[in-house]
Design a protein around this ligand. Structure first.
Ligand code: APR
Length: 226
């Protein structure tokens, strides 16, 4: 399964593009404030934006889509959950071994030694507790590469899966959006769940038009197909 911001929309997390309201911070588009260039130019401003988002997210809970997805990991011999989301709501709903292609907002990473600091239970340290250098959000910012190995592992699983679900993504951001294409090319049955059509819809074997929190729980009954 590949998930995107749409899975968290019903939890109150704004999406970046389609459907929900697009995030703008102090007049700056999200792809400006969330960029590698901004970390170089004004790291305090980047933290101000991520601190705001973390505080906003802190109050939010997973929705029925997250809980259903967490259930699927015990339903299949092999279930791989790949997310573009940094909000940690999949894990909060009980999902394990989530492949976070774009990092996680609840972690800070040292710019010098790469040591990561968990901020889920504790406040953000002023500097790296290992080497004292500056910290930045452990999130993939615009203009940056994905965490080493994450995409390669996800692509390997996509190339071997029989069933591929694509839930709540506009399928505009690569390389993540390439995963369902890899699954399809390898013969998987591809299903999209989204209230809107995406560039991926025509490639899918099935398009379930609707909200993830309403559609996915339909699979949670004894007479569901799955
Ligand atoms: N259920 C399912 N899908 C939904 C819902 C919902 N309740 N509400 C909205 N959507 C769909 C929208 O129709 C849209 O296609 O979710 C998608 C959200 O698209 P984006 O905002 O583009 O989010 P995403 O695809 O995850 O973005 C990818 O872009 O900005 C970067 O790094 C950021 O991870 C993000 C990446």
């Amino acid at each position: 399964m590949l998930s995107g911001a749409g899975v968290s929309a019903e939890s109150g997390v704004p999406t970046f593009r389609g459907g929900g309201n697009t995030a703008v911070w102090k007049g700056m588009r999200f792809d400006v404030i969330s960029s590698a260039e901004m970390v170089e130019r004004d790291l305090p401003a980047v933290w101000e934006w991520f601190d705001y988002r973390r505080n906003f997210l802190h109050e939010l809970m997973p929705n029925p889509a997250h809980y259903e997805i967490a259930r699927w990991q015990d339903r299949f011999a092999e279930f791989t959950l790949v997310t573009q989301n940094i909000d940690g709501l999949h894990q909060k709903a009980g999902a394990r071994d989530v492949i976070e292609l774009h990092g996680n907002i609840w972690r800070a990473r040292c710019i010098a030694c790469g040591f990561t600091h968990d901020m889920a239970q504790s406040k953000r340290p002023d500097a790296c507790l290992e080497c004292g250098d500056r910290l930045r959000p452990d999130v993939v910012l615009f203009g940056e590469m994905l965490p080493p190995g994450a995409f390669e592992f996800a692509a390997a699983r996509a190339s071997k899966c029989e069933l591929c679900f694509v839930v709540g993504t506009s399928a505009l951001v690569y390389p993540a959006a390439g995963l369902p294409e890899i699954a399809k090319a390898a013969g998987a049955y591809v299903v999209e769940v989204n209230p809107e059509r995406t560039p991926l819809s025509s490639l899918c074997d099935e398009v379930l038009t609707g909200k993830a929190g309403e559609v996915l729980p339909l699979f949670n009954n004894e007479n569901s197909l799955l």
